[in-house]
Design a protein around this ligand. Sequence first.
Ligand code: FAD
Length: 621
Amino acid sequence: MQFPETFDVIVIGGGHAGTEAALAAARMGCSTLLLTHSIDTLGQMSCNPAIGGIGKSHLVREIDALGGAMGLATDRAGIQFRVLNARKGPAVRATRAQADRVLYRSAIRETLERQENLHIFQQSVDDLMISGDRVIGARTQMGVDFLADRVILTTGTFLGGKIHIGLETSAGGRAGDAPANALAQRLRALPFRVARLKTGTPPRIDARSVDFQRLQEQWGDQPEPVMSFLGNTGMHPEQRCCWIAHTNEQTHDIIRTGLDRSPMYSGVIEGVGPRYCPSIEDKIHRFADKTSHQIFLEPEGLTTNELYPNGISTSLPFDIQVALVRSIAGLESAVITRPGYAIEYDFFDPRDLRHSLETRAVRGLYFAGQINGTTGYEEAAAQGLLAGINAALASRGEQPWCPRRDEAYIGVLVDDLISMGTLEPYRMFTSRAEYRLLLREDNADLRLTDHGRRLGLVTDARWQTFEEKREGIEREQARLRQHYVQAGSPQAQQLRARLGSDLSREYSLADLLKRPEIEYADIAPLFEGASADPQVAEQVAIQAKYAGYIERQQAEIERMVRFESLRLPDTLDYDIVEGLSHEVRLKLAAARPETLGHAGRLPGVTPAAVSLLLVHLKKAG
Ligand code: FAD
């Protein structure tokens, strides 16, 4: 049967990628359908109930700056907020929030249900409808055909999902949910490169069985950070504390006795797991000389007793899970509410995608999220948003929007995946960005909200708040340039304690702020008219302190951009480009890079080869 309406965009999957994709396409005016297994699991966090962290909060802020849902949902659901790396430079500072899973899900669901142009339908998708080299829709389990010229696939860990606990295996998309096997089979028949990855989760613990006296408390930061540029602490629910525990040598011995029944070490699991989020058995194996590992016990929510023991993800047999948990001080009588497990799933080689996240093989079909080889809610949401934007642009007959590496972590993420592919679950780090001083979490709005407004993603309310902030920054910077502190003046006296001496001559407040020993709070009140907005103060301070570095990076980017965005025609014959080695020709022909910058980032393509390509393009005119 054919569903009565046709849509501009269909999104399959209601996880973090799917919900952002559907919201973006609908906000941009496309009639959009979100097809998902269960409306009750929209925005479900499959693993750790936390959003943000190093590299990840940068993505959340970018999603937020582009009008996405993740940042505000986190502010509505966060039960503990912290700034990581608070004492380090602004490029690596990162906000992290522990979230109540139920509140998070309901914040996402409410946002979706309020969105104009968005229709949600609960049903498993078993097949994609393809005509020639184009997607034309999706067919559900009960045989209903939904038609659209753009389809975004965001099925996470569900394709061919296989769950492992010890040597027991079962089919599942995550614990409690069925896998998507029919769709996985169908996709394997299409011309995409498919491989397996794995990820895992720890057992959960009943808080009533924990001896908290033996654990160290960890509260959130004061003043409470917020995740969204529109967020405020008034949105936050009650705040909770986490606890710190440690594994010990006995724990490690118990784990070793279970390795012969571990699916990872007995060769049952084929997929590669996340390097930066290893299972506890992996940690014991890889860091054999360490006698203890730190564990954070994190509440799963305000209305549940379940705790998430961050740091002991495992797929060891259940008897070993119980023993290892109970060997930890404070957890001697711990009651486990859910076993830990590993899950293996199909993912597609992201080198088969364009920067817009459209597949190269099937026009109108986009992939986003964990199916592209990434791990993490934030990485998934960022891709979902981009795929939603580009599906909507294509539907309007417009060119795709692909942020560059110097504009956004979203650009770094997609470019890394498409240029290099991935052999293990890819997660974001600030070290992946070459221009990280420019790509800070604090300035994501200044980098991206203009783009979001032009694309049709940013509401009037968000735009107004943003413009007020931008004008506030300009006003405050002008004020700091206008006011001078004279040597020997009362203002200079006030700064003496900071500087350790008198000023030798007059200085503008702007120049004084560049000195490492002077903080914005020292100079702002010396003259009237300082901004009361903490976001303005933060920007003014960071931009002044790092002005030299920022200017240098910007000059480098301007030089690079001229070449970076030179397009390589789809039909370019690399055999006629003079001077290229046979190996580089093969690599370029296989990868078909879209721009010169993209070509330069392919493994094995040297700067010399890029110069030869540039010469060829110039000759070809
Ligand atoms: P998902 O959140 O998996 O959402 C997929 C959605 O698609 C679901 O709503 C599903 O119902 C729907 N769907 C699937 N197939 C169909 C179909 N055929 N028809 C209709 N709907 C369909 N990330 C980390 O960063 N750190 C970790 O330690 C970590 N551990 C994890 C442990 C486990 C056990 C699991 C399952 C995941 C873990 N993750 C971890 C990954 C994190 O959950 C994902 O990165 C993130 O959820 C991916 O988002 P997504 O939107 O791509 O997919």
